[in-house]
Ligand binder design. Structure first.
Ligand code: PEP
Length: 251
């Protein structure tokens, strides 16, 4: 079985002004003065702070990521940002297909897949989000919905690049609710199986599957210990350096 180094990514969403960089400074201090982190650490701030996070994080090993990208490299797309621009600003990762974008910007699996192709073309590692709504879970369709999103959102070219999958049940995001450990284990096992079936044993077993949705200092340790959970995508709890550091240290 391939060993996967865990990864913890913070998704700041549309939060953070320049003073938020003080949290990053505090996180960097915690990471460099405490025990060396056992996880790869990524912070995905709003695009306005990306260069600063990339520059400031470098000395403490914190890597930067974007929260979305366009499918095109450049052009007449007012308000959008391309994968090349993210990379130029110092990003190494980009979150794609977050449920907030799937819902408020009507992003489809096809669009997410095209964005992932663009991201890989620009040298970024896409963090592709999948996850069911509460209604879909209640109807017993969670695994089928996630399987469909995986099949549609991950490009074939992922076989040649590093991609990361984030399982984020929509109903767990920002709600303080999480699936049971058993449900997380079942979903991550089914995602692993789908990845192995599609990309083969070696590649399929090397792709990180993150859990996201109300991961907090208090529940991180047990969630991160579940089989096939190779790290976390953390929203609210990534905004405070101490909380985020506690989660990173729980790996
Ligand atoms: C997210 O939005 O990716 C997320 C996991 O949010 P939270 O941790 O706040 O539930």
């Amino acid at each position: 079985m391939t060993t996967i180094s865990p990864l913890i990514a913070g998704n700041w969403k549309m939060n953070g002004l320049s003073q938020s960089l003080e949290e990053l400074t505090e996180l960097a201090q915690l990471l460099t003065t405490g025990e060396a982190p056992r996880a790869v650490v990524v912070v995905c701030p709003p695009a306005t702070l990306l260069s600063a996070v990339a520059a400031q994080g470098a000395s403490s090993g914190i890597m930067a990521g974007g929260q979305d990208c366009h499918t095109e490299a450049s052009g007449a797309h007012t308000g959008d940002i391309s994968a090349y621009m993210l990379a130029d600003a110092g990003a190494q990762f980009v979150i794609l297909g977050h449920s907030e974008r799937r819902a408020s910007h009507r992003e489809t699996d096809d669009l997410v897949r095209a964005k992932a192709e663009a991201a890989m073309g620009a040298g970024l590692k896409p963090i592709i989000c999948v996850g069911e709504t509460e209604e879909e879970r209640d109807a017993g369709r969670a695994e089928a919905v996630v399987a469909g999103q995986l099949a549609g959102s991950i490009p074939d070219a992922a076989s040649q690049h590093e991609v990361i999958v984030a399982y984020e049940p929509v109903w767990a995001i920002g709600t303080g609710r999480t699936p049971s450990n058993d449900d997380i284990a079942k979903m991550h096992a089914s995602i692993r199986q789908a990845l192995v079936e599609r990309f083969g044993e070696e590649k399929g077993n090397s792709i990180r599957i993150l859990y996201g949705g109300s991961m907090k200092p208090l529940n991180a340790r047990e969630i991160l210990a579940i089989d096939n959970v190779n790290g976390g995508l953390v929203g609210g709890a990534s905004l405070l350096a101490k909380d985020f550091y506690t989660i990173i240290s729980a790996v």
